[in-house]
Design a protein around this ligand. Structure first.
Ligand code: KG4
Ligand code: ZN
Length: 348
């Protein structure tokens, strides 16, 4: 079954084809980062318009890369939420129209389920994590720990009470004068910083529970920056102190979540999952517990069409699909999703 996946929830247009028998056939991504850079953040209306411009050419390119024509598609999956309503509607409208014209089923996918299942896209079956596991979802909009009891059965264990981890990276970077989008730039700068020169709090780790809070940490960093000499070396040292605080905090809560659920597998997804230090720290934590940790490849940590094609393929293969109306859900609780029976891994 060839499933076309379409991602347009924010500022990346992502398209992919996932074949339930042969795995990922092709994927393409267009990032709007340059478009939004001068505003210092995503401008929703500009995002929607750019998805309108880029989506059809990307679909054509992805099908050509896969060596397929539209008639070879057996289903269409699109991000139905959470996300920016106008941006979501572009993907949903194109997906539904295409499915209707081709007389194939279409399904709206939960963006965070896409992120959550991205580590299962690995080509090597031995490297693919199997539920039950704990998932750490760390993106620009979310920071959540989720108990994945089975595919489609998600229980929220904890989440951020204020800023998401990626948002904290972006805002901290902006405070220290780094250009948008700051998260990856702050991480790169931290590599040059000296560990321990600045030490910030590990928020909410001194009490039980699996929730997070990153806005106080951001304020601590702002004060340290304002009171410093603001040299390049200091900026790098503060970046390192901030990154270490976020990484330690996430690792402490992940260990607790594994303990609380009795799981030995951790899966990490979302843009901050591309962070090198976070990957190394969680790897070490998992090894110390004789467990394992699964990451998507860095390109599938951030928003992409492959994860939507894959999550949609699992559900379409299980016989699920939506009716023909174009509907999106900008706010959507993952616990409300239907369970999925069967798998759509390569060879299934
Ligand atoms: O999952 P994603 O692409 O989009 C959302 O759904 O939010 O995540 C983007 C977030 C941004 O906040 C970005 O700064 C952060 O992920 N990010 C990173 C790194 N790469 C991306 N944060 C820290 N270190 C990185 N290497
Ligand atoms: Zn995302």
């Amino acid at each position: 079954m060839n499933v076309l996946g379409i991602e347009t929830s924010c500022d990346e247009t992502g398209v992919a084809v996932y074949d339930t028998a042969g795995g990922l056939r092709a994927h393409a991504l267009y990032s709007q980062v340059a478009l939004h850079a001068e505003y210092g953040g995503v401008v929703p209306e500009l995002a929607s318009r750019d998805h309108v411009r880029k989506l059809l050419p990307l679909i054509r390119q992805t099908l050509a890369d896969a060596g397929l024509s539209v008639d070879d598609l057996d289903g269409v999956a699109y991000t139905a939420g959470p996300g920016l309503v106008g941006a979501l509607l572009v993907g949903a409208g194109v997906a539904r129209a295409l499915a209707w014209a081709l007389e194939v089923p279409a399904i709206g996918v939960h963006h965070m389920e896409g992120h959550l299942l991205a580590p299962l896209l690995e080509d090597d079956p031995a490297g693919r994590p199997e539920p039950p596991f704990v998932a750490l979802l760390v993106s620009g909009g979310h920071t959540q720990l989720v108990h994945v009891e089975a595919i489609g059965r998600y229980r929220l264990l904890g989440e951020t009470l204020d800023d998401a981890a990626g948002e904290a990276f972006d805002k901290t970077a902006k405070m220290m004068g780094l250009p948008y989008p700051g998260g990856p730039q702050l991480a790169a700068l931290a590599e040059q910083g000296r560990p321990g020169t600045y030490r910030f709090a590990r928020p909410m780790t001194d009490r039980p529970g699996l929730d997070f809070s990153f806005s106080g940490l951001k304020t601590q960093v702002l004060l340290a920056w304002q009171q410093s000499d603001q040299s390049d070396a200091t900026r790098a040292d503060i970046a390192r102190g901030f990154e270490d605080a976020v990484v330690d905090t996430l690792a402490i809560k992940c260990a607790r979540a594994l303990e609380a659920t009795g799981c030995d597998t951790l899966v990490v997804a979302g843009g901050v999952g591309a962070n090198k230090r976070l990957r190394a720290k969680l790897q070490a934590m998992a090894e110390a517990r004789r467990g394992r940790v699964g990451f998507p490849r860095p390109a599938f940590c951030t928003d992409n069409g492959a994860m939507i094609a894959f999550a949609g393929a699992l559900r379409l293969q299980a016989g699920q699909h939506d009716d023909a109306s174009v509907r999106v859900t900008p706010r959507w609780d993952m616990a409300a999703l239907a369970p999925v029976a069967g798998t759509a891994g390569p060879g299934a």
